[in-house]
Ligand binder design. Structure first.
Ligand SMILES: Nc1ncnc2c1ncn2[C@@H]1O[C@H](COP(=O)(O)OP(=O)(O)OP(=O)(O)O)[C@@H](O)[C@H]1O
Ligand SMILES: O=C(O)[C@@H](O)C(=O)CO
Length: 461
């Protein structure tokens, strides 16, 4: 009997991107499982049709990104996964060195070991409902080129030309599938790609300005073993049909149905956020939260000077958590971040910030927080790793691409919301951590006081 492995294996280059794609695909009715960090070779597969592995490979050095991605891909290929999807951000966040190109090279090589040459790889970060579109190889955020729509502290977005960006990161020749060809439909797009392959082109940036374009690319990419992009193309690929390459024999068959009603945490659980994101969206979400609840703010230069932010966060939590949620934020406007980076160096500023936020998150959980929001991809990475989270069930979404994750351990579940910097409406933090809601689950029903009495261990500050 021929048995099937996962239909799609997604390798996301950060944890917020992983939950974004996991939630989006699960909402389309497909069973999805989420793994955070490189799965050990003997990690069990829960037989979900889609397996998402989140890595922290976006901003690490190229060799590390390649090693982690290769190890995770080997695990997925070993399960008999039919198709791999390399998920990067819808703003194509990367540096001149990588890591999008080198990881694609490594994944292609990993697949090449088990199947004939994957031939062609599409690159398309378009997600029209996030305002991300690609036209003539140029990436737009809303009506601005990505280079004019805000930068990033670690991966500056200063070149909107994706063919040129990708060419800097790989030895492969990079081509373009322009919008006029995509708009002409699947047959025209396939014919154009065949011509590019005949010229030796292996990597192709594809234009997409709306979901119709993505649907064409989703169809075209059915035949590809490796596809790359953000949630737009991942969704289109899954929706695009079932003509997948023959899976390896000997693996188990995947489940066909997802959770009937994704879960959300009870409002009564003590809540907190940590935010390292510097996007205008997150800064506004923090500002709105701060109008109602306390927020502890810090800068990496202060940590370098000896400020003990973790002890301050503990004190704040002990004083305030019974009344409502608290927040800890490092994110700041671009001029402040620039000054911090000039004072400390870019890498050290980031390292101090992320380490502090990870330690704060760990302390808050220890003090009884059971609803925890981490805002920002790097921030989420620091929090998840510090709290030792490697598996999670994908629950209900608070906003598109932002699901609650239920993390089961020895005691009560911990609910975690990993929020990509630019995602979410201005009231996201207020809503996600609102203690006044009426939603309650079984024995968790009760006030914040009751919940705290049940869970809080007194700190030693
Ligand atoms: N005040 C600050 N000074 C210098 N660097 C900071 C400061 N606040 C945050 N940072 C750094 O900025 C980076 C923000 O990246 P992070 O990935 O967490 O958010 P994001 O880029 O908005 O999210 P995403 O990756 O989901 O788009 C982190 O590396 C963080 O350490
Ligand atoms: O695609 C996006 O922008 C997000 O899923 C992301 O990658 C967050 O870091």
């Amino acid at each position: 009997m021929t048995t099937l492995g996962p239909r799609l294996g997604v390798l996301a280059d950060d944890y917020t991107g992983a939950v974004d794609v996991a939630a989006t695909l699960q909402e389309s009715g497909v069973p999805v499982e989420l793994h955070l960090g490189v799965p050990p070779p003997d990690r069990a597969w829960d037989r979900s049709e889609v397996v998402v592995v989140g890595l922290r490979s976006r901003s690490v050095d190229v060799a590390t990104a390649v090693a982690w991605s290769g190890a995770a891909a080997s695990w997925l290929v070993g399960l008999g996964t039919a198709q791999l999807f390399q998920k990067y951000s819808s703003t194509f966040d990367s540096t001149d060195a990588g890591n999008i190109g080198p990881v694609a090279d490594a994944l292609r090589a990993a697949l090449h070991r088990s199947v004939p040459d994957p031939q062609l790889v599409l690159f398309c970060p378009a997600v029209p409902h996030y305002g991300r579109t690609v036209y003539q190889g140029h990436l737009f955020v809303g009506d601005r080129l990505v280079s004019e729509a805000g930068t990033h502290p670690l991966t500056p977005r200063d070149d909107p030309d994706l063919v040129r960006r990708l060419s800097q990161q790989t030895a492969e020749q990079v081509g373009l599938l322009p919008h006029q060809t995509v708009a002409a439909g699947v047959a025209a797009a396939r014919a154009a790609l065949d011509r590019l392959v005949a010229r030796g082109v292996r990597y192709v940036v594809a234009d997409a300005v709306d979901d119709g374009d993505l649907a064409v690319l989703g169809q075209v990419a059915q035949a590809h073993r490796l596809v790359t992009g953000a949630v737009g193309l991942a969704s289109a690929l899954l929706a695009g049909g079932r003509e997948l390459p023959e899976p390896r024999e000997g693996a188990e068959a995947p489940r066909r149905s997802g959770p009937s009603r994704p879960e959300a945490p009870p409002h009564a659980l003590p809540g907190a956020f940590v935010a390292g994101s510097c996007t205008v969206e997150t800064l506004e979400q923090v500002r709105r939260f701060e109008e109602r609840w306390p927020v502890l703010r810090f800068r990496p230069t202060e940590v370098a000077d000896g400020r003990d932010v973790v002890a301050e966060a503990r004190r704040l939590a002990v004083d305030q958590l019974a009344d409502g949620p608290v927040g800890v934020a490092a994110g700041a406007p671009a001029d402040v971040v620039r000054a911090e980076q000039e004072a400390l160096g870019r890498a050290r500023a980031a390292e101090l910030t992320e380490r502090t936020l990870g330690e704060v998150a760990e302390a808050l959980v220890e003090l009884g927080v059971r609803r925890l929001v981490a805002a920002g991809g790097e921030t989420a990475g620091a929090v998840v790793d510090r709290c030792g989270i490697s598996r999670a069930a994908v629950g209900a979404t608070e906003a598109p691409g932002i699901p609650w994750l239920r993390v089961d351990g020895d005691g009560d579940p911990l609910w975690v919301l990993l929020k990509s910097g630019p995602l979410g409406d201005p009231d996201l933090l207020l809503r996600a951590l609102d203690p006044a809601g009426t939603r309650a689950v079984g024995s968790e029903t009760g006030t914040v006081d009751a919940a705290l009495r049940r869970r809080t261990r007194r700190p030693s500050v």
